[in-house]
Write a protein that binds this ligand. Sequence first.
Ligand SMILES: NC(=O)c1ccc[n+]([C@@H]2O[C@H](COP(=O)([O-])OP(=O)(O)OC[C@H]3O[C@@H](n4cnc5c(N)ncnc54)[C@H](O)[C@@H]3O)[C@@H](O)[C@H]2O)c1
Length: 250
Amino acid sequence: MENGRYSDSLQGKRVVVTGGASGIGLATALRFALEGSIVTIFDYNKKALDRISTEHPSIHYGVFVDVSNPNEVKRAFHEVDHLMGGIDVLISNAGISVRNRFIDITPEQWRKVIGINLDGIFFTAQEAAKRMLQQEKGVILMTASTNGITGHPYYTDYNASKAGVNLLAKTMSLELAPSIRVNTVCPGYVLTDMQRAEYTPEMLERVNENIPLKRHADPSEIAAMYAFLASDEGAYITGQNIPIDGGELA
Ligand SMILES: NC(=O)c1ccc[n+]([C@@H]2O[C@H](COP(=O)([O-])OP(=O)(O)OC[C@H]3O[C@@H](n4cnc5c(N)ncnc54)[C@H](O)[C@@H]3O)[C@@H](O)[C@H]2O)c1
């Protein structure tokens, strides 16, 4: 799908995208680069980071970091200070999902999913907010999910983490206003590696039948929402959990 350009207000903005080495994060990093922003991606997939540095030179920097580790996140933000001189926009997006029945989820799996999807967003958002409060300006956006709005079987831990992200953002938006805007985007089904790893082609087809628009989203469609929300065109939007789901929740 073609990316277009939104508004000049993203030009020169210093943007961090976590989980930027794949899927929604990569599409978002590329979109902000196209908008003229300076982009750093965070990821714990070293190989993918290396590949992106050669394949996508428009993405300025890649930082190797596990967002579920608060000390690593602090170190990564110091690196961001050094590389970009600060941060204007955070897209906290890194996440994992594991398909399992509620009754079979182990404490280890529970802690891993919550550790990346909820703790990781909290740690990165807090480090970004410290810097944005000093400059009295910034935008923090997070990838939640339609799974954080209604129940979906076999993803209890994931759904709980995403519901947590939705309320984390709403609460942060109240405490950090008026200088920092905070929103989540709640994608429905998006065709990325995460989805391909857990759904057979037959399962994907069955899912598509139940989506009013009859298809998965392309990652660039989620990226477009992030660009809009971070730009001046989204200047009055804060404290929202915004579904982008082809009509799924309707
Ligand atoms: N694909 C979907 O249908 C869908 C729907 C709703 C929400 N989401 C959410 O969108 C986000 C991105 O998912 P995606 O589909 O692009 O997946 P993806 O697997 O293609 O990309 C996720 C990226 O995050 C990175 N990552 C994972 N854990 C990390 C950690 N601890 N530290 C640093 N990096 C880490 C991975 O290495 C990968 O590059 C996730 O939060 C996911 O829950 C996806």
